[in-house]
Design a binder for this molecule. Structure first.
Ligand code: HEM
Length: 463
């Protein structure tokens, strides 16, 4: 067994690991001025660098809900990294370097129509604040808003978890997450506590039932990655500049949800199939609203909710449709067009999304946020290659599209294969409003990035 790497929890940002658990968040997106962007970037980062929440502080807060008034995370665009003199980091990942607005294969509306990160309003620095106490969160936000740094505020977004951690369509979210391998001290204590388990038929290893272990290099630069062929062994870390170590790549997308449209259109499709609309909606997600998976509706405990696979129980989608959102974006132990089930572990993402907008308000949805070290092979693969494509991830089968997030060209039909027959729609229930691909540096890298280069030695004094 290969030893798991030591994770530096004082260096990794808490929003990457373990994620923010606080009820409220505020996202502030800043654009650097064209004139002297480096000075403006350093000025803004100087106001927050000492306040970035580490993974260790995040874990303590998660366990006890105390010890932090607010939490804070910082992410940077390629333009910011270039302004700070780090072209190597600006080109660390192709999709990140190019920018989300140019990834046309995501089939997003044109960037000119985006409300977040559109032309001239691209986010160069994203600051995410989180708190359980809204007064403390507002105070921390005001302090940053009041600092005069020369950066333009181009995005100011409040977000709040809905009771029961449901998203706006009414389904419990955040149930399934990969469990990071790695230890946190000399004694070899694992980051994620392990429950001893017998070898599993899928040959993967789990921290506890349902929580599959993944090597941390999939989410943090400089650490061993997941092998594409062996579910247990690591692959070498991706070669990256030293300053990238313990950093990650953030995908941020504001996804507006048309809840009345979703309810009406799914009721129409259910009537056509002669089934209960609630049943049809559960088939589109792959879970019931309370999180119970369709392949195991008897699940009750938190562990049971995620303790399932497809190959033995439902290989061809007779209990959970192949079109279901959770099955399209994570086919688990099934072979895919990308190879053996082990490969699927290399496409995993750390989801950090949070809902925004009040229930019943027309402006509500999900701030989709996820971390990875390869945007093309992780987020984009799930969204474009799998969710959008009826021929994948199962090869030689009609998977249908993911009707929750799948996108076609405008004016074309979206079609899914459900248990009781085929359904199709011209409607989209989720509307992308823009966002950004960003780099989330380690805390030490952020400090190094914001320290001005040492000034040139003064010229010798003339006599
Ligand atoms: C508004 C848009 C979205 C909604 C309403 C939504 C909803 C959900 C729900 C209800 C679950 C089940 C809870 C869970 O397993 O944790 C889920 C799981 C998941 N979603 Fe989404 N989602 C959205 C967007 C996305 C996007 C854009 C992606 C990535 C391309 C994505 C990737 C995932 C993944 C990887 C899982 C876990 C699947 C598993 O491991 O079984 N979701 N989502």
């Amino acid at each position: 067994m290969t030893a798991e790497p030591r994770l530096d929890l004082d260096d990794i940002q808490a929003h990457v690991v373990p994620g923010f658990v606080q009820e409220h968040q505020r996202l502030l997106g800043w654009r650097l001025p064209d004139d002297d962007p480096a000075t403006a970037a350093r000025a803004l980062l100087a106001t927050v660098t000492g306040r970035v929440t580490s993974a260790s502080a995040g874990l303590t807060y998660r366990a006890a809900r105390q010890g932090l008034a607010t939490a804070l995370a910082v992410s940077l665009s390629p333009r910011t990294l270039l302004a700070l003199g780090h072209a190597d980091l600006a080109s660390i990942d192709e999709a990140f370097a190019v920018g989300m607005s140019r990834r046309t294969y995501l089939r997003d509306p044109p960037a000119a129509r985006w409300t977040v990160g559109g032309p001239g309003r691209e986010i160069d620095i994203l600051i995410i604040l989180a708190g359980d106490d809204t007064t403390l969160l507002d105070d921390a936000t005001a302090e940053i808003l009041d600092s005069h740094t020369g950066c333009d505020l181009v995005h100011d977004q409040a977000a709040r978890r809905l009771p029961g951690d449901v998203e706006h369509f009414g389904f419990r979210d955040g149930v399934s997450q990969p469990a990071l391998r790695g230890v946190i001290d000399e004694a070899g204590t694992p980051l994620v506590p392990r429950t001893p388990m017998p070898p599993m038929p899928d040959h993967r290893e789990y921290a506890r039932p349902g929580d599959v272990l993944v090597w941390p290099g999939q989410f943090l630069f400089g650490l061993p990655r997941q092998s594409e062929t062996d579910p247990v062994r690591p692959a070498a870390a991706r070669p990256v500049p030293a300053l990238a170590r313990n950093g990650s790549l953030l995908v941020y997308r504001k996804l507006e949800q048309d809840v009345p449209g979703f309810l009406a259109d799914t009721a129409r499709m259910a009537a056509e199939l002669g089934i209960d609309p609630a049943d049809l909606r559960a088939q589109l997600v792959g879970r019931h609203p309370d999180g119970r998976p369709l392949v195991n509706p008897a699940a009750t405990t938190r562990a049971e909710l995620n303790d399932f696979n497809y190959d033995a129980t439902d290989p061809d989608g007779l209990r959970c449709p192949l079109s279901a959102h959770i099955r399209k974006v994570n086919p688990r132990d099934q072979e895919t067009d990308k190879g053996p089930p082990a490969a699927t572990l290399t496409f995993a993402i750390l989801r950090r999304g949070i809902t925004y907008g009040e229930p019943h308000s027309p402006e509500r949805g999900l701030l989709f946020l996820c971390y990875q070290t390869d945007v093309t092979q992780q987020f984009e693969l799930l969204a474009q290659r799998w969710a959008n494509n009826p021929e994948r991830p199962r090869q030689g089968m009609d998977n249908g599209m993911d009707l929750i997030i799948g996108r076609t060209r405008p004016g074309t039909t979206r079609r899914a294969r459900l248990l009781d027959g085929e359904v199709s729609t011209m409607a989209d229930y989720v509307h992308p409003l823009g966002g950004a691909y960003l780099f989330t540096p380690s805390i030490s890298a952020l400090r190094a990035l914001t320290t001005p280069e040492s000034p040139h030695p003064p010229p010798p004094t003339a006599r």
